[in-house]
Design a binder for this molecule. Structure first.
Ligand code: F0G
Length: 356
């Protein structure tokens, strides 16, 4: 078996750089699942990656690059998924890793993964944005770590393969709906489609539609108000902790991707995110974490507002697995009934009869 020919590395001719060694855990090649309830709509389920999020696509390239350049110490700020992914790939490469996390604001599954893979966890009081600034201090001011955040261009080179896989499976979507936090992924996917168009593989670039949570929506607000520069959110807040970011590092790139593709950005409420997570699970059978469900909430809003036509071909990027955030799942309404095992039929027969 040749890892260089699978998943993300299937597109190695489109990934710049020379790699004598590739650090891979078989990332990419994720399922594109047709919706059961919406016509011409597909879910790109990035939760199927090795650590359960799209971050693995970027991490395989960035960590390979670090290894080939001879770095021994890597670091990342994270709301959780970058941390889990970076920790896994650092282990795979034998690198020392420092993760800077917003204390108390990282979903349980992600924190547990970072512990599992043996990373050193540095916690800050405050948001992701403060953690990001701390990593910048280690990287830019002191030059003592190799950074694995998405301002690292190798991350985006890996993540752009989402576009390559979509184009291979369904050709040219009209709209691609992406949850936005630090704003790297929406740009990476747009870059992938742009390269495919330049290579003559597709004729048009889909509209990139970014979705943010209302309490952490600098990009959506900037697009809505037609600003050239976003107004940052000092105290970002949302249950979708993955995208709880007030000052996205890649804001310029994201705005470029959105404007040049004639896309847009929208914000959705926490309640809309929760409802969308439930709907995805209970009507489509797909378990995605809240930030990913924001894509569905935003898609429905875009349909209601006439931004997306029902008959267009759409892809929603489901960026992370539901298991990442057990607390979010446990907060949903549940049917749990303590029964006497000898009279189990009392409940079930009663309900079956009621439904007849
Ligand atoms: N969805 C999930 C599940 C994420 O974890 C993230 C980002 C995004 C969407 C947004 O992607 O930042 O490229 O706009 N998570 C980062 C992290 C910030 O640290 O795990 P983006």
């Amino acid at each position: 078996s040749n890892l260089k020919g699978r998943g993300v590395w299937r597109y190695k001719d489109a990934i710049p750089g020379n790699y004598s060694k590739i650090v891979s855990i078989n990332e990419g090649n994720t399922p594109l699942i047709p919706s059961r309830i919406y016509k011409q709509t597909f879910y790109k389920f990035e939760g199927a990656n090795p650590t359960g999020s799209f971050k693995d696509r970027g991490m395989t390239v960035a960590v390979s690059s670090a290894v080939n350049t001879g770095y021994k110490v890597v670091a990342a700020a994270s709301t959780g998924n970058t941390a889990a992914s970076a920790a896994a790939y650092a282990s795979r490469a034998g690198l020392r890793i420092y993760l800077v996390l917003p204390k108390g604001k990282v979903a349980l599954g992600k924190l547990a993964q970072s512990i599992l893979y043996g990373a050193t966890i540095l916690e800050v009081n405050g948001s992701f944005d403060i953690a990001m600034a701390s990593v910048m201090r280690l990287y830019k001011d002191l030059g003592i770590v190799y950074p694995l955040n998405s301002f690292n261009p190798w991350r985006l080179e890996g993540q752009k393969t989402i576009a390559y896989e979509i184009a291979e499976e369904i050709g040219e979507p009209d709209n691609v709906i992406v949850p936005v936090g630090n704003a790297g992924n929406i740009y990476a996917i747009w870059k992938g489609f742009t390269e495919l168009q330049e290579a003559g593989v597709i004729s048009k670039i889909p509209r990139m539609i970014g979705i943010q949570a209302e309490g952490a929506a600098p990009i959506a607000k900037a697009i809505e108000k037609g600003l050239n520069e976003p107004e940052f959110f000092e105290n970002p807040e949302t249950i979708a902790t993955a995208i709880r970011i007030g000052k996205p590092v890649n804001w310029k790139k994201a705005i470029k991707a959105i404007r040049s593709s004639k896309g847009t950005a929208l914000s959705v409420s926490d309640q809309e995110i929760i409802d969308a997570q439930k709907k995805l699970a209970r009507e489509e059978g797909i378990g995605a974490e809240p930030a990913s469900a924001a894509a569905l909430a935003g898609y429905e809003k875009a349909i209601n507002e006439g931004i997306i036509d029902k008959d267009q071909k759409n892809v929603l990027i489901l960026t992370g697995h539901a298991l990442k955030d057990p607390d979010a799942m446990l907060r949903l309404d549940a049917r749990r009934i303590l029964i006497n095992p000898e009279h189990i039929e009392n409940i079930v027969l009663g309900e079956i009869n009621d439904n007849n």
